[in-house]
Ligand binder design. Structure first.
Ligand code: MRU
Length: 350
């Protein structure tokens, strides 16, 4: 798959493959400003925690560029306000805040006198982050491949693939890693109501790679497990608390409960940047509520009688005790997660 996040320095614009249109149409949504990037994040033109982080880094570049061109006075205050707005575009995926903070770190370290110089520094950093993310996913794939056996069928929820990262994927990175290691792996993609990331995106990118994939309704999970059709579950993450509690797409917690019931291993695959050490456990993870329309309608057609309210929580939190392992670029972390997470973070800093 060619890069779905592409920054054009000539036109100073960010090209994003518009994931709302997949699998029937491949066209780009072009961001010329940070406000375009915020719109792309909020409307889920691009989604998935690591992809959100990389996109936000490019959003910082566009913010600095506009500030350099248009602000005669206190450019630092103007840019600071813009970055605060960008970091708030979506609340659950911690990679968004992480990416903006990393760019702020570059700003603080260099302390340039003018915003044009900062734009250049931001450009280099965003490019580095995008390249790093692919390498991190490949490392996740390398470590995760050891958890899968030749002939396994892996169930995944939502899309934690190339489209949800800068490339290769986290959960799908584990699957790609196993396939690259010569194992025959088949995938069951939960359709993932209401945005249908599993049916539209996971199935699309695996089919492109010729990895066998079957789409199942979310509510088929128990039956599929009971029938012995699932050997392992691998999902991504939007935020992992210090104790291992993991926020991921709504429905993930239910899959984890079923996996425990049927004695099926349940793995989370995510970069270390998805771990939020500022929070002790999952109760502190903010859960995004998205527009009712996503639940009320399918393909523009109303499903729910007028006046009947709906729930549209976009994420849930799987308690650490239901997770068999967390696959990171530093290896597979095991219980007790507070200790293994602290060790992985120390290693990364070293
Ligand atoms: O609302 P989304 O599509 O951004 O949610 C995405 C997920 O929940 C993914 O599983 C998660 O971000 C991991 S992406 C590698």
């Amino acid at each position: 798959m060619k890069p779905h996040i592409r920054f054009d320095t000539g036109e100073m614009a960010l090209h994003l493959l518009d994931q709302r249109l997949l699998p029937t149409e491949c066209s780009d949504f072009v961001c010329h400003s940070m406000d375009d990037v915020i719109r792309a994040l909020k409307d889920m033109v691009v989604r998935g925690a690591p992809a959100i982080g990389v996109t936000a880094a490019w959003g910082c570049v566009l913010a600095a560029d506009k500030t350099a061109r248009e602000t005669a006075g206190d450019w630092r205050a103007v840019l600071d306000d813009m970055l605060v707005r960008l970091a708030a575009a979506r609340p659950t995926a911690v990679n968004l805040r992480w990416a903006v903070e990393r760019m702020r770190g570059v700003w603080e370290a260099a302390a340039p006198d003018d915003c044009e110089a900062l734009t250049g520094l931001f450009l280099r950093e965003a490019d580095a982050m995008q390249k790093e993310d692919v390498e991190i996913c490949r490392a996740i794939g390398h470590h995760g491949a050891t958890l899968l056996y030749d002939g396994d069928t892996v169930l995944t929820h939502c899309n934690a693939g190339a489209l949800a990262t800068a490339g290769y994927g986290t959960a799908l990175g584990v699957i790609r890693g196993a396939v690259d290691a010569g194992k025959r792996i088949a995938v069951i993609a939960d359709e993932t109501r209401p945005f249908l990331q599993g049916a539209r995106l996971t199935a699309w990118e695996l089919a492109q790679d010729n990895i066998p994939v079957t789409v199942a309704c979310d509510n088929a999970c128990a039956l599929l497990m009971q029938k012995g059709l699932v050997d392992c579950v691998v999902v991504g993450a939007d935020r992992i608390a210090s104790n291992g509690d993991t926020a991921n797409k709504i429905g993930t917690h239910g899959v984890a409960i079923l996996a425990r019931h049927f004695d099926i291993p349940f793995y989370v695959a995510a970069p270390i940047s998805t771990i939020d050490t500022r929070i002790a456990d999952g109760t502190a993870i903010p859960i995004e509520k998205r527009p009712d329309e996503e639940v009320r309608t399918v393909g523009g057609r109303d499903l729910v009688p007028e006046g009947v309210p709906v729930y549209n929580f976009a994420f849930d939190v799987t308690p650490a005790q239901l997770i068999s392992g967390i696959v990171t670029e530093k290896g597979v972390l095991r219980e007790p997660y507070d200790a293994s997470i602290a060790r992985a973070l120390r290693e990364r800093t070293a």
